[in-house]
Design a protein around this ligand. Structure first.
Ligand code: DX5
Ligand code: ZN
Length: 215
């Protein structure tokens, strides 16, 4: 699968309506929403009072990426947004199996996110239950950082793990995605690319989304 989820983090916060209208018109598959708490990551982005309005006007499925401690406290809030996918960090969940089960019980797809130095092998005993694994290809917290090349061998190891366990999990990669590396990432086995600054800082975001998709 070759999908793209533009990240709202790099949108124009002075006029979110215009950027969401653009996403609605685009070939984007999902809208990626980065929630940060200033504890799990050294930055704070936006929270549910803002996202409620984003959800009202966005017609694309929402891919919510929680960079927060104790993400299980907010399953209801994410569900109330109408989110399609809820991603929690492996590093933020003491009882990951329970969190994944609760996300499913709430009627959402469950994704687990790994920081750049967390090996994919930690997912051995949960991969069969997951709908997606989100590999961070930058240290989470900020848009516009350079891509960490070690992500490529991780994608290959994750694909092996998925096949070994007959999992249907998608592979998503987040951080430092550009027009220049998008095709090689899809070729390496990525299903969904997140792109913040490349899409929203482009002179023609609609064309850039198509270019990333290889259209
Ligand atoms: C970083 C976020 C990313 C971010 C990516 O912590 O998880 O989703 O928006 O931004 P770019 O594409 O600019 O690296
Ligand atoms: Zn993200």
């Amino acid at each position: 699968m070759r999908m793209i989820a533009p990240s709202l983090l790099s949108a124009n916060f002075k006029n979110l309506q215009a950027d969401i209208d653009m996403i609605n018109q685009s070939s984007a598959d999902w809208l990626h929403l980065d929630v940060m708490d200033g504890v799990f990551v050294p930055n704070i982005s936006f929270g549910f009072p803002v996202l409620k309005h984003v959800a009202e006007i966005c017609r694309k499925p929402l891919d919510v990426h929680l960079m927060i401690v104790q993400p299980e406290k907010f399953i209801k809030e994410v569900k109330d947004l109408g989110a399609y996918m809820m991603n929690v960090h492996y590093e933020a969940c003491r009882h990951l199996h329970r969190v994944v089960a609760e996300i499913h019980q709430a009627g959402m797809k469950a994704g687990v996110t790994l920081n750049p130095t967390t090996p994919v092998s930690v997912l051995e005993d949960i991969i069969a239950d997951l709908d997606m694994v989100l590999l961070m290809s930058v240290n989470p917290g900020f848009g516009g950082q350079p891509f960490i090349e070690n992500t490529y061998p991780k994608i290959a190891r994750l694909r092996e793990l998925i096949e070994k366990h007959n999992s249907h999990a998608l592979i998503e990669v987040d951080g430092g995605v550009t027009v220049a590396n998008a095709q090689s990432l899809y070729d390496a086995g990525v299903d969904v690319l997140v792109s913040g600054s490349t899409v929203f800082r482009a002179p023609n975001p609609l064309a850039t989304i198509d270019e990333i998709l290889g259209k």
